[in-house]
Design a protein around this ligand. Structure first.
Ligand code: HPA
Length: 248
C-alpha cells in the first residue's frame, strides 16, 4: 500500500472531488468496524491525497450514525498524518453568511451517545489527551495562507458548536449556543476532531456556511437552500484545497 500523508474528509456537498485523479480505492477494515466508504486515493495536482466521504459515497449515513472511529482509524492506517475536514455549518451571527468559508479554532461539544474515544477501559492505562486547542495550529495556518494566496475569503476564527442532529436546532437552542460563545453550528465536528487528536494526527476543518442557524432569519430552513449555498461554497473549498495541499 502506498502512503499518502494528507487526507480530506468530505462532508455534505462534497461526496467526491471532481479534480482528483483517482489512482485506487481501498477497502479498509478496522478494529472499530467499517469506515463510511472505501478510501479513494489519488492526485490533486502533483500531490497524493486520500479522500473519504464522511456520509458514505451516496450520502446515506446520518451524522449520529457515522462510525467516526473507523473513519479516523482507517485514514491513519492508510498513512494520513494530516487531515482536512470539510463540514457544512449553520451561521449563528450575521457575519457568518451562507456561502462563507470558516476555519474554526474552538469547539463546544453538545453531542451525546457517540463513540468518542479510542481509549476504552481495559488493557491500557487511562490517557487524557490535551484538547485546549482542538485544531492543529500548523494546518490551520496553512489553510489561512492558502486562502490568501488563492484569493478565497475565509473567516479565520470561530467557535464550532457540535450538535447531535440529525434534526436542525430550535431557535432557543441557537440562542443558548450563542450565549455559550458559539459562532457556527454543525453535526459532524465531534467526535471527529478529538479522535484525530487521540491518534496524533494533525486535524483542521473548513466550515462552509449552508444556512443561517435556526431563528436567525425569517421562515424555515430548507434543504434546497442548504444545497444551493453549499454548491456555491464548495467551489471555493475546491480552490482552497488545491492551494493548500502543496503547502503541506
Ligand atoms: N445546524 C446544524 N448543522 C448544520 C446546520 C445547522 O443549521 N447547517 C448545516 N449543518
Amino acid at each position: 500500500m502506498t502512503m499518502s500523508k494528507v487526507a480530506i474528509i468530505g462532508g455534505t456537498g462534497l461526496t467526491s472531488l471532481q479534480n482528483l485523479q483517482i489512482s485506487g480505492r481501498e477497502i479498509m477494515h478496522t478494529p472499530y468496524g467499517e469506515p463510511s466508504s472505501t478510501l479513494v486515493r489519488g492526485k490533486l495536482g502533483d500531490n497524493e491525497v486520500l479522500f473519504l466521504p464522511r456520509h458514505g459515497s451516496g450520502h446515506t449515513i446520518t451524522p449520529h450514525r457515522i462510525n467516526y472511529r473507523a473513519n479516523l482509524w482507517a485514514l491513519k492506517e492508510a498513512g494520513a498524518e494530516m487531515i482536512i475536514a470539510v463540514n457544512a455549518i449553520g451561521g449563528i451571527q450575521s457575519e457568518f453568511q451562507p456561502g462563507c468559508l470558516v476555519i474554526p479554532d474552538q469547539i463546544i461539544d453538545y453531542t451525546w451517545g457517540r463513540s468518542n474515544t479510542f481509549f476504552e477501559e481495559g488493557d491500557n492505562p487511562v490517557i487524557h489527551v490535551d484538547f485546549t486547542w482542538p485544531y492543529c495550529r500548523s494546518l490551520r495556518q496553512a489553510l489561512l495562507t492558502a486562502a490568501e494566496q488563492a484569493g478565497v475569503g475565509v473567516i479565520d476564527k470561530a467557535t464550532y458548536g457540535a450538535t447531535q442532529g440529525p434534526r436542525l436546532e430550535t431557535a432557543a437552542e441557537i440562542d443558548k449556543l450563542e450565549a455559550d460563545g458559539c459562532n457556527i453550528v454543525g453535526m459532524t465536528g465531534m467526535p471527529e476532531a478529538v479522535l484525530a487528536r487521540e491518534l496524533e494526527a494533525c486535524y483542521a476543518s473548513i466550515g462552509v456556511v449552508a444556512n443561517l442557524a435556526a431563528g436567525r432569519h425569517d421562515g424555515e430552513i430548507t434543504m434546497e437552500e442548504i444545497e444551493q449555498h453549499l454548491a456555491e461554497g464548495m467551489k471555493n473549498v475546491r480552490t482552497l484545497l488545491e492551494h493548500v495541499i502543496p503547502l503541506l
